[in-house]
Ligand binder design. Structure first.
Ligand code: HEM
Length: 556
């Protein structure tokens, strides 16, 4: 019967139609369900039953700010949130930095806030940040212009052409920097050193400035500028904020000159959008040109993109080196994870040495365990521990009322460190990501890069930089990290910048097994190359016995 049905074209067509119709119905029903669920989670009219979440406003004026800051300096920064969560539930009311705040440790509420398209929630930053950033910065822009900027930058950073070019440049910066560490008499301050590497990469990515006087000027003025991002916004000569504004003026002048020169250059050559862009300035200027040739195209970028460029320096400057530093810190404290990451990276290094091929960006990203280490570091480190948004109108989420003009703080740290979401959340365990293959960047319970429309456009660049750094670092050096502590206020930092003492991992001599054993006793491993066996004595460059290499050997 079935055979008959499926051999008959008329019947086949009828069955096809039926399948298509029910498929369409299923999709429609599914969409309706999704929409209904969304509407239930977030609604812009407060129903009579919805209430401002429970909580307390603390002391007059200062609210609960002091306790909030104190927990940021403690070894367990989520204490502030955990204490209130146990008293009032996952969403509660507090008063921080002079504002009434709704704090959320609930992944569903966080998602609803992040997913909002700028018509209900807008970013809300302290006054010092908004003044130093400037009005046209993407972090303060909303609606179609933010979308446009976000997709231009994100699209550029995601392109394989960009990744392939930038991987070589990151590699050069990392190798050059690592090669200078050996000559140091003092321990290397990892937090500072990684900052040097990533700043140079960032300046290249944004405006194609290489090492030299201009780079040094940008480094100096940017460091002065960034110090005022979180401080009292008092514009009086001598104050921190005033000095930062002065530095911003100098920085602004230089970046503006670069942008103007590039604009002139493009006008002269009549450069079009064809060919792959060389940096972010190029991407934005090309878009500006295209939209002026085609005035109907909306929205248009601001006439001056200098602030966009400076602001991206802020977004990428501190976050990437901190993840690099913390990954090294966590690995130093977890020898098993360290051995595993070394093994994986040594294998790649050996393959590359044997084939005499250079590295492609995909080689770095294919290191599965290394990606797990990065993901786990992002979860535990919480470089951006929360985002702050302001409600443009009364909003109800999951039955909670967020009144107009109130801020909501979506805590990522609380979600990442909640044992409902992660087993033993305080344990550094890269293996927990094995099922997801380490490459997860965003899920309801994992939001180191934010989410929704403002999901960090630099996330792939960040991962690539960290992967390249880790590869060359763990295959070049052994190290010993000194005791240090993570502090999380005002931003995540190592208290002592993570001093490490490094020893280059230069091994080994080849010889016969007997010779090897006679000279080095057990300090040899047997290696196979084709049909030949070699005994390799494991000695580090300073002559000491290398226990790490005892397990994970490298071929010279
Ligand atoms: C590990 C490194 C990084 C982390 C953890 C990180 C995290 C974040 C987070 C959480 C947001 C969302 C902020 C919000 O919703 O208000 C964000 C936005 C942003 N990030 Fe990153 N970021 C990193 C690296 C970078 C890099 C390397 C760049 C660029 C060079 C970059 C550029 C941006 C920009 C431009 C935005 C604003 C997007 C918008 O508002 O539309 N980030 N980042």
């Amino acid at each position: 019967m079935l055979w008959y049905l499926f051999n008959d074209t008329e019947h086949i067509n009828t069955v096809r139609k039926l399948i298509r119709r029910s498929w369409r119905k299923m999709i429609m029903y599914n969409n309706q369900l999704k929409q209904k669920k969304k509407d239930e989670t977030i609604s812009c009219t407060s129903s009579t039953s919805s209430k401002i979440p429970r909580g307390t406003s603390g002391w007059p004026l200062i609210g609960e700010t002091l306790e909030f800051i104190a927990s940021g300096y403690s070894s367990r920064p989520v204490t502030f949130m955990e204490k209130r969560k146990s008293l009032y539930g996952k969403v509660f009311r507090t008063h921080l930095l002079g504002k009434p705040i709704i704090a959320s440790t609930d992944p569903d509420v966080n998602k609803a806030v992040l997913q909002n398209h700028g018509n209900v929630f807008v970013p809300s930053y302290p006054k010092s940040v908004t003044e130093l950033l400037g009005k046209s910065s993407i972090l303060q822009t909303n609606g179609p212009l933010q979308k446009r900027l976000h997709s231009l930058i994100g699209g550029y950073f995601r392109s394989p052409q960009f990744k392939s070019r930038i991987a070589c440049e990151i590699e050069d910066s990392v190798k050059l920097s690592l090669s200078t560490w050996e000559q140091r008499k003092q321990p290397v301050l990892l937090q500072d050193e990684t900052k040097q590497i990533t700043f140079e990469v960032l300046v290249r990515v944004l405006m194609s400035v290489g090492p030299g006087e201009d780079m040094e000027f940008l480094k100096r003025e940017f460091q002065e500028f960034i110090k005022g991002i979180i401080c009292l916004p008092i514009k009086f000569p001598g104050t921190r904020f005033y000095k930062s504004l002065q530095a911003k003026k100098k920085l602004f002048k230089m970046v503006k000159n670069i942008v103007e020169e590039r604009k002139l250059g493009m006008e002269k050559t009549g450069e079009k959008s064809s060919g792959s862009p060389i940096d972010v300035i190029h991407v934005l200027l090309t878009d500006m040109k295209e939209s002026s040739d085609n005035p109907q195209q909306l929205p248009r970028l601001p006439s001056d993109i200098t602030e966009n460029i400076i602001e991206m320096m802020i977004a990428g400057e501190d976050s990437v080196p901190m993840v690099m530093t913390l990954a090294v810190k966590y690995l130093s404290d977890n020898p098993v994870a360290l051995s595993r990451i070394m093994e994986e990276n040594m294998t790649l290094k050996r393959q590359k040495a044997e084939s005499c091929d250079g590295y492609a960006w995909t080689d770095y990203m294919s290191l599965q365990f290394t990606q797990n280490v990065i993901t786990e570091t992002l979860r535990m480190a919480n470089i951006i521990n929360a985002v702050w948004r302001k409600a443009q109108k009364d909003v109800e989420i999951k039955g909670f009322l967020i009144p107009k003009d109130w801020c909501i703080m979506t805590s990522f740290t609380s979600v990442h460190m909640d044992d409902e979401n992660y087993e033993n959340p305080y344990q550094f365990n890269p293996w927990r990501w094995e099922k997801t293959r380490g490459m997860v960047n965003n899920s309801i319970t994992f939001t180191p890069f934010g989410g929704g429309q403002r999901l960090c456009p630099g996330l792939e660049l960040a991962r690539l930089e960290i992967s390249i750094f880790l590869h060359h670092f763990v295959t070049k050096y052994r190290w010993e990290a000194e005791d240090d502590k993570i502090v999380t206020f005002p931003t995540v930092k190592m208290k002592r910048k993570l001093p490490i003492t490094i020893t280059p991992m230069v091994v080994a001599m080849r010889g016969t097994p007997a010779l090897g054993r006679r000279f080095f006793g057990d300090s040899v491993v047997q290696m196979r190359s084709g049909h030949h066996k070699f005994m390799i004595p494991l000695i580090s460059a300073n002559g000491g016995y290398d226990w790490t290499l005892h397990r994970y050997m490298i071929f010279l």
